[in-house]
Write a protein that binds this ligand. Structure first.
Ligand SMILES: Cc1ncc(COP(=O)(O)O)c(C=O)c1O
Length: 446
């Protein structure tokens, strides 16, 4: 009954999205331009939303429904949507043209700001997306070490490039995506975070391992924090064996304070990939790190490693929006503290509620990152593997739909808090999740 009612309410309130979805299916495979943007709703016979405006904590769809948004543009919009200062800056600059295909002072300024604020970023290179950044970082590592293998964390999402699209959440049981070499041929090994066996894998492959890449918190993987001791040991072992350590900070960079998380952890990798927040909501990716490695991409080098094509690399509007965002974040420590602690409380409160009620739901994340997992059964303190093995995609989709029906938008359950969320918004998010947790977990699909 809950499923039927929720589907009916969703569809009744979104006639324009429904109509547009039919048109979209005719011109876009699956009706979308990013595979997660169905929000899984197609799995339960529904269509996704179409959004046409956003402001502060809110998204508005083409049927004029408004949502407290936790997806925040794939984690990029830490200031909330359409922050007036960024909008004003972009308007001022756009008058002068927006794509020159040349060098600009803005890219120098943004690089200077990032290098100044972070240990371990001696030099950097901009590209257009995080997908490119992780691909280039892997290429640099292979060239620098003259070794073939890259080890990535199981579930770690580094974009869908041919190098690293292995063992991510959407590929079950180590499947390989059609069109890609199998992982062995592609030179990819996978390891589990927070697991001692990872160090055996390193030992066994140390002479052929170019790099280890991981996020300090697996974002797309489901909000799983990596233990600091594990990260420290990875740093020690990689250093000892001349293996490069790459942190993918595309989500974690500037998420918890106005720096990369590597500064706070005091674990400095050889290379770092960045994106999302540093572009202020404009397309961006970047690779930074040790000068002797990054310099290999310079055209002045005899054996240059190509890590930078890209018609839109260093895109002026991305550089400008990024600069302004970092400038604001530099004076936002109070706001960081607020969303970090509100996020911690939300995680704790939701898990307490799920546990007391023995509901097969779980909130995972760290500080302002909050993801919800719907499992097929209640498990006390499940391991990451148990969470993944028991994830219930249809009920997860129902959760997203029920959230939309109650004017909360999110993905992977929720996503993250932004500085535009106030305490009332966060309480509303908590109340809505608690309201739907029972019926979502009790719903049966045929
Ligand atoms: C940790 C991480 N790395 C890489 C990427 C890929 O970045 P982009 O989507 O900008 O290509 C993402 C995107 O979600 C990400 O979360």
């Amino acid at each position: 009954m809950f499923i039927k009612n929720e589907l009916e309410i969703y569809q009744k309130n979104r006639p324009k999205s429904k109509e547009l979805w039919q048109k979209a299916l005719k011109v876009l495979p699956g009706g979308i331009s990013h595979s997660i943007r169905t929000f899984g709703l197609d799995l339960i016979g529904s269509f996704p939303l179409f959004i046409n405006s956003a402001n502060g904590p809110y998204l508005r769809d083409i049927d004029a429904n408004e949502y407290i948004d936790c997806w925040n543009g794939h984690f990029a919009m830490i200031l909330g949507h359409n922050p007036p200062e960024i909008q004003k800056t972009l308007k001022e600059y756009i008058e002068h043209g927006w794509h020159f295909g040349t060098n600009t002072e803005y890219q120098v300024e943004l690089a200077k700001a990032i290098i100044k604020g972070n240990l371990g970023i001696e030099k950097m290179r901009f590209c257009v997306s995080g997908t490119e950044a992780t691909m280039y970082a892997s290429r640099l590592a292979r060239a620098y070490t003259e070794r073939r293998l890259i080890a990535k964390a199981k579930l770690g999402w580094h974009g869908a490039n041919d190098t690293l699209y292995y063992n991510v959440g959407s590929l079950k049981n180590d499947q390989t995506s059609p069109g890609l070499l199998n992982s062995e041929k592609a030179g990819i090994l996978t390891f589990e975070i927070n697991n001692d066996r990872t160090f055996d894998l390193i030992k066994k492959n140390k002479n052929n391992l170019a790099a280890i890449i991981l996020e300090p918190i697996l974002g797309g993987g489901g909000g799983f924090p990596v233990e600091i001791e594990f990260l420290k040991r990875l740093r020690e072992e990689t250093e000892k064996n001349d293996i490069l350590l790459i942190f993918d900070e595309i989500i974690t960079g500037y998420r918890f304070s106005n720096t990369l998380i590597q500064n706070k952890l005091n674990i400095i990798p050889d290379l770092t990939t960045m994106g999302k927040i540093i572009g202020g909501g404009m397309p961006i990716g970047a690779i930074g790190g040790r000068e002797d490695i990054i310099e290999r991409s310079s055209p002045q080098k005899e054996k240059q490693v190509l890590i930078g094509g890209g018609t839109f690399s260093g895109y002026p509007l991305s550089m400008i929006a990024g600069l302004k965002t970092l400038e604001i974040l530099n004076t936002s420590q109070k706001e960081y503290n607020r969303i970090n602690s509100e996020g911690e409380k939300l995680l704790k409160n939701l898990n307490q509620f799920f546990n007391e009620e023995k509901l097969p739901l779980l909130a995972m994340g760290y500080k302002s990152i909050i993801m919800l997992h719907v499992l097929s059964k209640w498990i006390e303190k499940p391991s990451i593997n148990e969470i993944i093995e028991n994830s219930d995609n249809k009920r997860q989709a129902l959760l997203q739909l029920a959230l939309f029906n109650r004017n909360v938008s999110g993905l992977h359950g929720l996503g993250s808090l932004s500085m535009a969320h106030n305490h009332d918004h966060i309480m509303q998010i908590q109340n809505v999740v608690e309201q739907i947790a029972h019926p979502v977990s009790q719903s049966q699909f045929d």
